[in-house]
Design a protein around this ligand. Structure first.
Ligand code: 8YV
Length: 309
């Protein structure tokens, strides 16, 4: 539906290849089009944006995260960037809850066992997992999605909520979920039974979860990542999983996705999904209309509602 709406008002070219744009195609696009609508798979690096003459005035990103865009380079070229916040927060938090429950209750392992025809019957110790209700959840990044996660975990599962955020969170927001803001990640990690990442990607948060920080987690704690792959040092994670210095992990995003670090795939105590955070009909359609709103604002000379750079 959103494609039809777009085509009504704009002379539109769709990338129907189902493939990310290669750097040369990005260079070509910014030379030709007034606006480009990238997704997370289109790497708008400084190199890809290095076109001699740039026609593009707006990068209207389809998604809330935009660490695939070199914002400094785009700004130097006078390009405005917008994203699609809010409309995917609930679905992404739903998926983070799904991952948390899957890894704690060993749902992925159970499903694999059934499909392999390897289930031999009920036993009292079979695939015994970890209780989620009432446990402590550490939320890293307390923006829109982090707060939706807190809502679900606190009201639905009676979890105690700890928060780590780069800036102080308003007390009335923390009070909604009976949440406590911890001064640093080093304070949050040893106290949490589950750690869920909801911070932005990009260079500032690359390898935020590294060896030293995995060592601070409880030996039976779980890591959940629906943020960006680069936030986790995947070799450090694989080691923690293999040596069982943490209980397990569940990832929806990967550094260099769709390529998966083969060591990760060998870990049984790891649940993996192919970047499904916002993958519902409702969220994807709303994201499309949010892109359209930003385009319409920008080309009508108004400030786009979701300008991020
Ligand atoms: C999107 C996401 O599917 O919004 C984001 O940041 O990671 C996903 O919800 C993806 O970005 C599409 O571009």
């Amino acid at each position: 539906a959103v494609e039809a709406e777009l085509a009504k008002s704009y002379n539109t070219t769709f990338n129907t290849d189902d493939q990310p744009l290669a750097p040369c195609q990005i260079r070509e696009a910014v030379k030709r089009y007034d606006a480009v609508l990238p997704t997370v798979t289109d790497k708008l690096t400084a190199e890809a944006l290095d076109a001699p003459k740039v026609q593009t005035k707006l990068l209207a990103n389809y998604g809330v995260g935009f660490s695939h865009i070199d914002t400094g380079r785009a700004s130097d070229l006078g390009i405005t960037i917008t994203n699609t916040p809010d409309v995917l927060s609930e679905c992404t938090a739903d998926l983070a809850m799904t991952l948390m429950l899957m890894v704690a209750r060993r749902a992925g392992e159970g499903e694999r066992e059934l499909r392999e025809g390897a289930w031999t019957g009920w036993r009292p110790t079979h695939l015994v997992g970890t209780k989620v209700s009432g446990k402590t959840l550490g939320i890293v990044g307390f923006g829109r999605i982090g707060q939706e996660m807190a809502k679900r975990a606190h009201f639905g599962f009676g979890m105690k909520i700890l928060v780590q955020n780069r800036s102080p969170v308003r007390q009335d927001i923390l009070d909604r979920y009976n949440a406590v803001q911890m001064p640093t990640l080093e304070d949050l990690l040893p106290e949490s039974d589950f750690v869920s990442l909801h911070c932005p990607g990009g260079p500032a948060n690359r390898n935020l979860m590294n060896n030293a920080r995995f060592d601070l987690m409880k030996p039976d704690a779980f890591l959940i990542n629906t943020a960006r792959g680069e936030v986790v040092d995947e070799m450090a994670l694989a080691q923690s999983l293999m040596f069982e210095t943490i209980g397990g992990a569940a990832l929806d995003v990967f550094d260099g996705e769709p390529r998966i670090n083969p060591t990760l795939a060998q870990c049984d105590n790891l649940v993996m999904l192919p970047h499904l955070g916002s993958a519902t009909r409702e969220a994807r359609e709303a994201m499309g209309f949010r892109v359209l709103d930003n385009l319409n604002d920008f080309f009508a000379g108004r400030a786009p509602r979701d300008r991020v750079a």
